[in-house]
Design a protein around this ligand. Structure first.
Ligand code: HH2
Length: 260
């Protein structure tokens, strides 16, 4: 899944694709590089991001969704707003990717697939000292409840996502990545998004003698390593910014993997 943020303030590419033509050109390039899905978002969910009014979010995403869907691209809409999800599906999106995991009924009503992602709190507060007793069990139980509810409401295709970086300290993220098999064992297909996230900056600092945290422009190695890890641990999809490099990295390990 390739990310197209039609936003001025996304943490890694804010402002680059706010213009619709730029967003479309970028999305087409990601498809050419091998993306199976394009995830279009009009509101940043980075920590402390400003909320976006509904009309502005619609103005950002709808023309992009409509044009891509018209070209046969499988489009996912990354939103927390029911009205945006409904309008995007009417414009041709086939999946609702909801970081608040609350739009299962909207996905059901529109016939779209649904991604339920785990987030602790909301983007304005989520990174203020997040606490869990057992992060893996709590995230799993939350996601299964949301996914079961979406399925009961009538969604045919439900995905779950641990929400790396959404109300999680570094050790919570690492625990979730180390125990992806617990999420995979639920039977729901798992999607994982680590691409360019802050944890990769922290891990690069740990790995580099005397190194500081890697800035967002310098997290490709961590993004690729964790995408490969997630797929080898059973994730069915990875959500990434660098599609071409990810496709090559995944291709390399699939070739190198012993036959099952
Ligand atoms: N991460 C982001 C946004 N949406 N959706 C899912 N399912 N999983 C994720 O890990 C995920 C997500 C954050 O990344 P990005 O869209 O690049 O940044 P921003 O929220 O600042 O636009």
């Amino acid at each position: 899944m390739g990310v197209v943020n039609v936003t001025p303030d996304s943490f890694s590419d804010g402002g680059r694709f706010l213009d619709h033509d730029a967003a479309l050109a970028h999305a087409r390039a990601l498809v050419a590089q091998g993306a199976h899905w394009i995830d279009v978002g009009g509101e940043s969910t980075r920590p402390r991001a400003d909320p976006v009014p509904e009309a502005e979010e619609l103005r950002r995403v709808l023309p992009v969704v409509e044009a891509l869907a018209g070209e046969g691209v499988a489009v996912s809409i990354d939103t927390r707003k029911a009205a945006v999800a409904e309008a995007a599906v009417a414009a041709g999106a086939r999946m609702v990717n909801d970081v608040s995991a609350g739009l299962g009924a909207v996905a059901a009503a529109t016939g779209a697939a649904f991604v339920a992602m785990h987030m602790l709190g909301d983007p304005t507060t989520m990174q203020q000292d997040p606490h869990y007793d057992d992060v893996v069990a709590e995230v799993r139980d939350y996601l299964v409840a949301r996914a079961d509810a979406a399925r009961a409401a009538g969604v045919a295709e439900v995905w779950i996502d641990p929400g790396i970086g959404f109300g999680k300290a570094l050790d919570h993220n690492l625990d979730l990545l180390a125990n992806l098999d617990v999420l995979v064992a639920t039977g729901y297909p798992v999607v994982v998004g680590t691409s360019r996230k802050a944890m990769l900056g922290q891990l690069a600092a740990r790995a580099t003698p005397g190194g500081g945290a890697a800035p967002v422009t310098d997290r490709l190695e961590g993004s690729l390593a964790t995408a490969v890890w997630a797929r080898l641990r059973g994730a069915a999809m990875v959500r990434v910014h660098d599609v071409g490099a990810t496709v090559k990295a995944l291709g390399a390990v699939e070739v190198a993997a012993p036959a099952a």
